[in-house]
Each structure stands twice: as structure tokens, then as C-alpha cells.
Design a protein around this ligand. Sequence first.
Ligand SMILES: [Zn+2]
Length: 568
Amino acid sequence: MKLKNTFFYTLRENVKDEDSNSGNFLVRSGMIKKTSAGVYMYLPMGLKVFNKIQEIVREEMNDAGAQEVSMPALISEDVYVASGRRANFGSSMFSLKDRFNKPFVLGPTHEELFAMAAQMKIRSYKDMPFNIYQFQTKFRDEPRPRFGLIRVREFVMKDAYTFDTNLDGLNVSYQKMFDAYKKSFDRMKLEYKIVRADTGVMGGLLSEEFQAVTPIGEDTLVLCDSCDYASNIEVSECITKENTEAVELLEKELVETPHARTIEEVTDFLNEPAVKFVKTLIYSIDGKPYAVMVRGDRDVNEVKIQKLMGANEVMLADAETVVTVTGAAVGFAGPVDIKCPVLMDNEVAQMTNFIIGANQTGYHYKNVNLKDFTVFKTADIRNIQEGDICPKCGGRIHFAKGIEVGNTFKLGTKYSDALNLKYLDQTNQLQPVWMGSYGIGIGRCMAAVAEQYCDENGLKWPVSVAPYEVAIVLISGKDEVQTALSEKLYADMKKAGIDVLLDDRDERPGVKFKDMDLIGVPYRLTVGKKAAENMVEFKSRDGQISMDLNADDAVATLLDLINKEKAH
Ligand SMILES: [Zn+2]
């Protein structure tokens, strides 16, 4: 493309309302523009990157034997009521009514419709396996859209669904998709980890996430110093050391702790370490109050609680509820005589003579032991912490931050049971279909690559997803020799199949260089004064290459570099 007289702009200043490097640079480079919180338009240069990422994914899906379809975004609400997921999605689903007052939603994921399509094809065991996928706009009413294209309310997702007769079949289909995902992300040059994750509202047997590692990731990845253990903190198992010390159990003692409500305030006030304390938090689990106990230096894991209780919604209770069940002001909750069921972390069960809120404003108990209160359930309900023991090998745990760019689910028969998707087996018995579901967020991949490949001057796209592979910068459009040489290079490169941009705008060279750096084209050829000697300046965006090049060698040199990069 020749840049003169095309839709292209860049912004000189950093963007104030973007809280990530990728968001800032994508907006500044004129690739995307925000229209409302978590909603963006893709402009020509950005759409080109988007399309390249989409094409990588499409090629890998087709190679894995998947067939492309397209489902509607506008879906009758009944569909999600039937599968039992309308309540799970709650207010994160955009809902609307048609002119006859019939409720519709904008689809947040499409398991239900794919199962509906599968119903048309599946009669017997001979009709499986198969794999269908789509690129479709999804809508989710995120409470806090942020990080540019990373947490948005409207986004394009590639979702694939596999259909098998049994678990063995599902395992084979799953592995094919898993391999296709690895190839896709490798081709985008993403640095990523594959972690075990919560199956969440999707339900099912297994969920794995492909997490691009960046400092701004929203997910905490739990990794081991010694082995390949990798997990999302939501599901990382905590190992509790058994307490074998013989300790005399003391009688509980009320102590005055005026104005000390937080763990920090109480530990300071009583001059005891946080490990001697137990935190009691009042939660609302599907609307009912529960007290949740973890050691003073630990955090509650709400996903584990959700699983333990089979609940849809786990959130901290409001102040009014806290006062009702504890009989005290917020900050003094404890399990002794509390008016709600108590959930206790495994670690607390090993503690003795600990300190805890007394359910009386301004007081805590010292020397509390398990005999002093009743527990409804004891389980692993805390977050793992850095330095903890690896559940796989006993090594040490450390954390990293990740952006979830893809996920794979072994759904099992959850949806086929709910939606009555069945087939006749060899003995003519009706059996439920085994499903898998697989998602990749295309815009999120774009943001994750941008996040991993940028510097203070802008984006540094890998060749495979760059808007253009090569930019030719014409220094002076008034100079006939320079113009002729850049036009010739441009034509030759196009002929050779190189995705090339010719910056022939009437701008100062400095402006052009800055813009090419900002939009992150990997290779730049500058046609200036040396054009008279048939020489051009050749630079790579990553700073590795800076040299003069004979124009006659330019096409072969670049083609070689580009092919090498794409092959890796
Ligand atoms: Zn380990």
C-alpha cells in the first residue's frame, strides 16, 4: 500500500485513558479507537494485524480438521435458560427485548447453539467425531473494562466445539485442538504458559488456559522453581503441613482491642505475628451468610469456595449482614457463637491457641482452639502464596502475571445432558454426546503480542502479525531518482509476495521514521540521497540490523529474512 491519500493517522502524545502499553500504542498508532468503555473500532492498520492473527488461527483450525461455520450474535434467551446458564451469567449478559417483548441476549459464548447445530447431524455413533468452529463477536457486560483490548465488552472470539461418542474420543479431539493452539500461539511469537484452570461457568471435566506472560496480566500464574507445575491461582492446591508439636491447649481469653479492626491493626496492637491470628470474613454465598476462616497472613480463594459449595455467586457480605450475624461492628468477626455456618481452611485446623475476633465490638479472643466453636466444613479454601510448597514436587512456588489468550475445555456430557443431545450406540441405546469447547480471543492475542513486543517508541510486531512486513520510506518525493527507486522497490517487493508499505507522504523524514517505529513495521528501507548510487538504508525495528544495502539485493535479502522468521 502507498500511504499518501489513505486513511492513516498517528497521535503524538500518550493516550490518557489507556492503562496499558498495548492500549496506548494501538490507539496512538491509529490502529484502534475507543467508542465507549471496553468497545473499540478497528481502523485499517489495526484491522490488518487483526486479520493476520485471525488467519493464523483459521489455518491451524482447518489443518486440524475443523470446519468453519457462523452463528448469530442475537440469540433468544430461552436457549440459555434451557441449558441452565442464564442464571450463571447473571448481569454479565447483555439482554434486550424484541418488538413483541420477547427476551433476547447478545451471545457471550455459543455452546448451546453449537449443540443445536450438532443435533441436526447426530443420529448414531457413526456420525461422530467432528469439529466445528467460528469467528464471532461475543458480548459480555464486564463491570471493569480495562487494558485496551484485553478486557472488553465486545470482542471477536474463535470458538470451536468437538463432538465425540465417549471420553476416549473426546481426549483425542481435545489433544488435536491443544496442538493447534500451541502452533497458533507459536506462530504469533507469543511467550505463554499453559496452566490448569477453573472450569467456572463452562463446567466440565478439565480446563486449561494459554496465558501470555506480561507484567499487566489479570491472572496470577502459579509456577514451580523445580518442576513444570503451572496453574491458575484460582485452582492451585495448597499443601497444609500437619502440626505435630505437642502444645498445651489454653482456655480462651477475651482481650480488649479498641479501634483495631484489620489484621495489621490487631497484630500491631497485640504485638503478635499474623500467623498467630485467624481472619474471619463474612461471605454471601448464593445470598446466604457464611463465616470463612483463614490464617491471618492468608487470602480467601473465592473460586474454591464456589466449588466447595456448588454455588453460583460468592461475594463478601455487606456491612449490615456482618453486624447481624456477628452482633458486632465490622472488624471483630469470629467463629465463637456466630449466627451462621463456618467454613474453615485446612491450615486453621492445624493451629492452636490462636487469636480471633470475639463478635463483640472492640474485642478479640486469645488462645482459641477448635473445641471453642463449630465448623460446617473444613477444606482447602485459601490462595497459594509465593514461597509455598509445590503440590506436585514439593519445590518452591513463584508467581507470574498472565493474559488469557486461549482456553480449552473438556466439557464432558454437561451440555448434551442439559440440551438432550444424544446418539444411538452399537447396541441401539441412547447415549449422551461428549463435547469439548475451545476459545481464542483474537483481539486479546493482538493486545498480548503488542504488550510483549513494544518499547518506548511504539510497537515491534513479529513479522507474522505485523501490519506490513517492510516499510519503504521515501525521503523526498520531489527527487525523481529517489521516487523512481522507491517505486521500483515497491513493485518488485509486491511481485515477490512481500507485504510492503510505501511511505510517500509529503512529511518530514523525522515524522515518517517516528510513525514507522510507532506502528511497528519490522523492516524499514530508506530511499534518500544515496539512491543516486542505487543504495538504500536498511534497518530492523528491533535494532539488530542497521546497514546500507545495494537496492538490487533488497528484495532477496528481505525475502530471506521474512521467510526465516515465519518458519520459526
Ligand atoms: Zn514443583
